[in-house]
Design a protein around this ligand. Structure first.
Ligand code: FAD
Length: 390
């Protein structure tokens, strides 16, 4: 039976789960906190996964704070290596393989899952994605000095890995159906500049085409591309996108769309269940730089930090509503450093080059709604962010 003293139960030990624990502990030293996670519970900064090779950092060195230290300093009871199979909302309990655990409030911080493209060939199962420290450890173990890595996807994660691996001396081929890298985020000239910078580092581009099949070729893998080209590699990394992990929430009958739908206090359609991080879809109207049509997932660190503070206040019984500041994303491609402040999703308008390495996104009403900085201009990030924060 559920008791009044049941804990606030946080599901997931990624940046979102730990950020809520940390913020709530600041506001309420006495709160009973429990965390359940499918992984070890060690705290690590996920962004470091895509710039570790060039720095020569081993997977174990990426653990910022071991789970035992996190739980001790934050006073959290941790159940690691435990998968929650379902949520029983009427009993206010989660169900794991080893029993049921009751909550007073439940925080879903279950992250996102890498999109897997259907590929033909007997090597398709060898294609990897990196969305956790454990994924990264397995990928790291697969590579030998001079290995060649084929990267599917020229988005943020694909480009960052291309830069990191090429800088560390690995061979890199990047395959993407778009005509340039980061096509969804950058103006054409900035995308072209990034393509050239990574090419100069040794990355080979296969743009305007897609991987159709992956075959085993002895110890190596052979990729058949739609344009008839073939790429031979020692490892294949898929970086074609993430999808919010909504499985548990959906099965429990919570409102879900592209993510678990939350309001400005991070509440789901059940007032005792909250969500944040890569699994959440934030309501429209939460953006400082103007209205956003429909809700939006925001799989980045800064939104997690804003959301965790507001959620902690709500859990501690204090007022607070979420309003996202302008959140520029630094793209970790040292070959051409970039800072991107995207316009609200679906904004009609166009990019305009202002000066070398600086673009503004102007909407149809003539308002500047986003910016991109490249190269030396990235040092102006704070200035531009201030100027654009209407
Ligand atoms: C390679 C890479 C580089 C990135 N670089 C940047 C960057 O430079 N800047 C930036 O802003 N963002 C970056 N991001 C995005 C950012 O890291 C993520 O938005 C953030 O880490 C997501 O945190 P999360 O806690 O929401 O999810 P996750 O870290 O995915 O955590 C999810 C947690 O939920 C647990 N879980 C899920 N389901 C269950 C279940 N049923 N039972 C038990 N436990 C469960 C998992 O075990 C895990 O602990 C990067 C992402 C990647 C992959």
């Amino acid at each position: 039976m559920s008791m009044a003293a049941d804990p606030v139960l946080i599901l997931g030990s990624g940046l979102a789960g730990w950020a809520v624990a940390r913020e709530l502990r600041k506001l309420d030293p006495a709160a009973s906190l429990m965390m359940i996670t499918g992984d070890s519970g060690d705290f690590y900064a996920k962004p470091s996964l895509s710039n570790a090779f060039a720095q020569g950092r081993l997977p174990a060195q990426l653990v910022g704070t071991p789970a035992a230290e996190m739980t001790r300093s934050l006073g959290v009871a941790l159940l690691s290596r435990t998968t929650v199979e379902s949520i029983d909302r009427s009993a206010k309990a989660v169900v794991t393989g080893s029993g049921r655990l009751h909550y007073s409030r439940l925080v879903l911080a279950t992250g996102a899952r890498p999109v897997r493209l259907p590929l033909a060939g007997d090597g398709a199962a060898a294609v990897r994605s990196v969305n956790s420290l454990e994924d990264f450890s397995a990928f790291h173990a697969q590579l030998r000095p001079g290995s060649h890595v084929a990267i599917m996807g020229a988005g943020l994660i694909g480009c960052e890995f291309a830069n990191d691996l090429a800088s560390a001396g690995f061979g890199v081929s990047v395959i993407d159906p778009s005509s340039r890298p980061l096509a969804a985020l950058l103006p054409q000239a900035a995308g072209e500049a990034l393509r050239q910078a990574l090419h100069a580092l040794g990355a080979k581009w296969h743009l305007g085409t897609a991987v159709q099949a992956v075959h085993r070729d002895g110890d190596r893998l052979q990729l058949d591309l739609a344009n008839g080209e073939r790429v031979t590699a020692d490892a294949v990394l898929s970086a074609v996108g993430l999808r919010a992990d909504i499985a548990l929430a959906q099965a429990a009958g919570l409102a879900c769309d592209r993510g678990i739908v939350v309001d400005a206090t991070l509440a789901t359609s059940d007032p005792d269940i909250f969500a944040l991080g890569d699994c959440a879809q934030y309501a429209s109207g939460l953006w400082a730089q103007g209205p956003v049509s429909g809700g939006r997932t925001l799989p980045f660190v800064l939104p997690i930090m804003s959301a965790a503070k507001v959620l902690a206040a709500r859990l501690a019984g204090q007022p607070g509503t979420l309003r996202f500041p302008l959140m520029p994303v630094a793209v970790k491609t040292p070959a051409l450093p970039l800072v991107v402040a995207s316009p609200p999703h679906g904004s009609p308008g166009q990019w305009h080059g202002r000066e070398e390495g600086l673009w503004h996104f102007m909407d149809d009403g003539g308002l500047a709604r986003g910016f991109v900085l490249a190269g030396k201009q990235t040092s102006r990030r704070a200035e531009l962010a201030r100027r654009f924060a209407i």
